[in-house]
Write a protein that binds this ligand. Structure first.
Ligand SMILES: [Ca+2]
Length: 266
């Protein structure tokens, strides 16, 4: 009987511990709210793999073999629908057919563009779009961002890689977790104000990650926004997040989407 009571106490205490853990972990991860404050057109021909904003312009990396490109275009667009649809890119750099372009970031007036399985980082002058050089890496390239010092890469796993910006050597890795569980398929990235924001491939949620611990601190669920687009291609997934310092808000888009949305997150 004594043994039974001891066992009962033990299991009750372990249930209590599990409950405490659940409460602690769910209370740590906050659900973020957002308001759409503006929207503009986005060419559905763009298979968005990387999106950034700098001084009134979008810079976008578009993927797929034999179709990949790097483009820039102004945030402000013409008023008429026809002009919106036909507006040319401000700059456009076609990528060699053997590369599938992926994540994109800007650091010290250079644009850095990943390739999916080609292990090649393409480096451009941010003004002219001239190719300055390439660097090699092992593994896949998915998302790319920068904290102003290092280049931060995702590869579709739960891990983020912090690279030296000069030689692309890996200086640190970070395993990302949500409620103590690994979270996989981390895709397009955006560093802002001390946190890393990440799209999750084939998921309508964006996660906000503590870059020191790897813990997801907040979740932004954009399911309602995605539904307004009535997308048909299963690959037309949410995959574009860019912080606009002028507007103090985030631009959001996805692969083959017809719109980019400006949202305030709170
Ligand atoms: Ca981005």
């Amino acid at each position: 009987m004594k043994y039974f009571i001891a066992l009962l106490c033990l299991s009750l205490s372990s249930i209590a511990n599990t409950e405490t853990l659940k409460k602690t972990s769910t209370s740590q991860v906050t659900q973020l709210h957002y308001q759409i404050i503006a929207e503009r057109s986005h060419k559905p021909s763009l298979f968005t793999e990387g999106l950034i904003v700098k001084e009134g312009y979008f810079y976008e990396s578009s993927g797929l073999y034999a179709k990949s490109m790097l483009v820039s275009y102004p945030i402000a667009e013409p008023a008429s629908t026809w002009a919106k649809l036909s507006a040319p890119f401000s700059k456009k750099q076609l990528i060699p057919e053997r590369y599938f372009a992926e994540g994109l970031t800007l650091l010290n007036n250079k644009l850095y563009q990943l390739t999916w399985q080609e292990g090649t980082l393409l480096i451009y002058d941010a003004i002219s779009f001239n190719l300055l050089g390439t660097l090699n890496y092992k593994g896949e390239g998915w998302g790319l961002t920068s904290d102003g010092k290092q280049l931060i890469r995702s590869d579709g796993s739960t891990r983020l890689f912090f690279h030296n910006a000069e030689n692309f050597d890996i200086e640190k890795t970070l395993d990302v977790s949500l409620n103590q569980q690994p979270i996989i398929n981390l895709n397009e990235l955006e560093y802002n104000d001390g946190f890393i924001w990440s799209n999750i491939w084939h998921d309508n949620r964006i996660v906000k990650i503590n870059p020191t611990t790897g813990e997801v601190v907040s979740i932004l669920d954009l399911s309602n926004l995605v539904q307004t687009l009535h997308l048909h291609d299963p690959e037309s997934v949410l995959n574009g997040i860019a912080y606009d310092a002028d507007k103090k808000a985030f631009w959001i888009t996805g692969k083959q989407w017809s719109k980019i949305f400006l949202i305030k997150i709170n």
